[in-house]
Every structure is written in C-alpha cells, then in structure tokens.
Ligand binder design. Structure first.
Ligand SMILES: NC(=O)c1ccc[n+]([C@@H]2O[C@H](COP(=O)([O-])OP(=O)(O)OC[C@H]3O[C@@H](n4cnc5c(N)ncnc54)[C@H](O)[C@@H]3O)[C@@H](O)[C@H]2O)c1
Length: 270
C-alpha cells in the first residue's frame, strides 16, 4: 500500500471523481476526510471507506467560506493529528452560454468554487503542512484548463486559473518539501457532466445521446474518462513516487487534450 496511515482531505469527496479518489486512497491505506456541502452523500461514501478498514470523517464545508475551510482543518487535526494530502476537487460546471450573454453572477458563482475554493483550501492546509515540512496538494483542473471549448468561458477560465495557481503555490511551498501538482481530467460521466451534456445538447439542438457518442469518438482511446483513471493519477501524486514533481499537471483524458484530427481506423490485419 502506497498511502499507509496517511490522512487525506478530499473536498467534494462525496460523489463523482472525489468519491473515486476517496475509495482508492482507502485501498492504499489512507484515512479519509470528506469535506462536503452534501454531508448525507458524504456519509454514504465514508461508510464505503470504513468498509475497507480505514477511518473516515465527514465535515460539512463550503469551500468558498473561509471559516468552513478553517473548521475543516481543525476537525481533521482533532480527529487524526495530521494532514498529509489535500485534494482540491470540489467544483461545478456553468450555464452553457456564449460570453456575450453570460451574466456576471454566473461568472462569479463558478469562479468562487472552482478557483477561490482551491486557493482557500490550499492556504489553510499549507500552513499546517509547512509546520511539518511534508505534504501533497493535488488540484483538480480539467482538459478545459489546457484547451477552450466554446459556451463555457467561466469554467474554462477557472480551470486555466487552477493551473496558474498550482505553479505559483508549488514554487512557494518548495522550500518546505511540499509537492503541489494538478490533474486535468477528460470528460467523466458524473452528475456535473450529465447536466452539462444535456444543456449543451439542447443549445446545439441535437440529442444528448448523439453528443455523448460524438464526444466518445473524439477520444483517441475511444472511451470516456473514469473516476478510477483519475484516482490512479491522484495516488501517484499523493505518494513518494512523485517526490521530484511539483508545479506540474497530469492530463488524464484518453488523449483528448491533444486531438487535432481524427485517428486513422485500425488496419484490418492488426
Ligand atoms: N466530470 C467531468 O467531466 C470533469 C472533467 C474535468 C474536471 N472535472 C472536475 O472534477 C471535479 C469533480 O467533478 P465531478 O464531475 O466529480 O462533479 P460532481 O458534481 O459529481 O461532484 C462534485 C462534488 O463537489 C461538491 N461541491 C460542490 N460545490 C462545493 C462547495 N462549494 N464546497 C464543498 N463541496 C462542494 C458537490 O456536493 C459534489 O459532491 C470538479 O472540480 C470538476 O470541475 C470534472
């Protein structure tokens, strides 16, 4: 096991990608703190962690609220006495709309969770990690943080911002031997992505099933990304295997981020 007795805080860890990371970290020996708006779903995920023989704590937390974030740190230290890993995963999608029609309130809503939440969580946890001169911070960006699909400008900007913040934090925390890295997931079939797909299909005037299939076909490895794919990358970044990496980002998208054409069909003989 690569994370034996480590303590990991995962924001938005109740469902989707965060849940996938929580379960894999538990498999790797970690105790898990789920910092969530949705405490009820968080408790269900915590039970799954406990069923793997690990300890779990659910903390009600809105990552946009500094006092909630400090309470998350305090509750973790009270329960476990240390914080080894922070995964800034909590995030949300935006209304699918052109920039010229995008309301500033919607822009602010997306930014407050997707980048201000990453800043707040990192700041509160870094202070504790600096004291111990040990820690791993993993920021969840997106393929939209290295590309720019239309109709979701606020989301794209928030995910590019995560990568800029990731690099600055990495340099500032390097003297304390704290590793700060990001993951850029391709599309994962979570609640957030389901809502995005149906809104986008409606705007484009096509069936959501057609849009989903088009997206799948545009992925060189020919499938959507799964929480397990991201949990594997997060485990690497949370472990000492990545000790000489900081300020980097791993793109886990089946090759989608590099697409500038269509892959040739397989040769019939191979
Ligand atoms: N699903 C995808 O296709 C995809 C692709 C790339 C990146 N991402 C990113 O991955 C992360 C997780 O996304 P997901 O698809 O698992 O979404 P999801 O909606 O399935 O889960 C997000 C979780 O975050 C929690 N959350 C939302 N706002 C919060 C807040 N203010 N404070 C605390 N918790 C909050 C929700 O309650 C939920 O449990 C997000 O940062 C998202 O932008 C997702």
């Amino acid at each position: 096991m690569r994370l034996e007795d480590h303590v990991a805080i995962i924001t938005g860890g109740a469902r989707g990608i965060g849940r996938g990371i929580a379960l894999r970290f538990a498999d790797e020996g970690a105790n898990v703190v789920i910092a969530e708006l949705d405490e009820e779903t968080g408790r269900a995920t915590a039970s799954e962690v406990e069923a793997k023989g690990r300890r779990a704590l659910v903390v009600g937390c809105d990552v946009t609220n500094p006092s909630d974030v400090q309470a998350m740190v305090d509750a973790t230290l009270a329960e476990f006495g240390q914080i080894d890993i922070l995964v800034n995963n909590a995030g949300l999608g935006q209304q699918v709309i052109e920039v010229v029609d995008l309301d500033v309130a919607e822009w602010d809503r997306v930014m407050s969770v997707n980048i201000t939440g990453v800043f707040g969580g990192s700041q509160a946890v870094a202070r504790e990690m600096m004291r111990r001169e040990y820690g791993k911070i993993i920021n969840i960006s997106s393929v939209n943080g290295v590309s720019a699909p239309p109709l979701v400008a606020a989301y794209n900007a928030s995910k590019w911002a995560v990568l800029g913040f990731n690099k600055t934090l990495a340099i500032e925390l390097a003297p304390y031997k704290i590793n700060v890295n990001a993951i850029c997931p391709g599309p994962v079939d979570t609640d957030f992505q389901k809502a995005n797909m149906s809104e986008r299909a409606a705007v484009m005037g096509i069936e959501v099933s057609d849009l989903r299939e088009r997206l799948r076909q545009s992925v060189p490895l020919q499938r959507w990304t799964r929480p397990e794919d991201l949990a594997a990358a997060a485990t690497f970044l949370a472990s000492q295997d990545s000790v000489h990496m900081t300020g980097e980002h791993l793109i886990v998208s089946g090759g989608l981020s590099g697409v500038s054409g269509v892959a040739p069909k397989r040769k019939s003989s191979s």
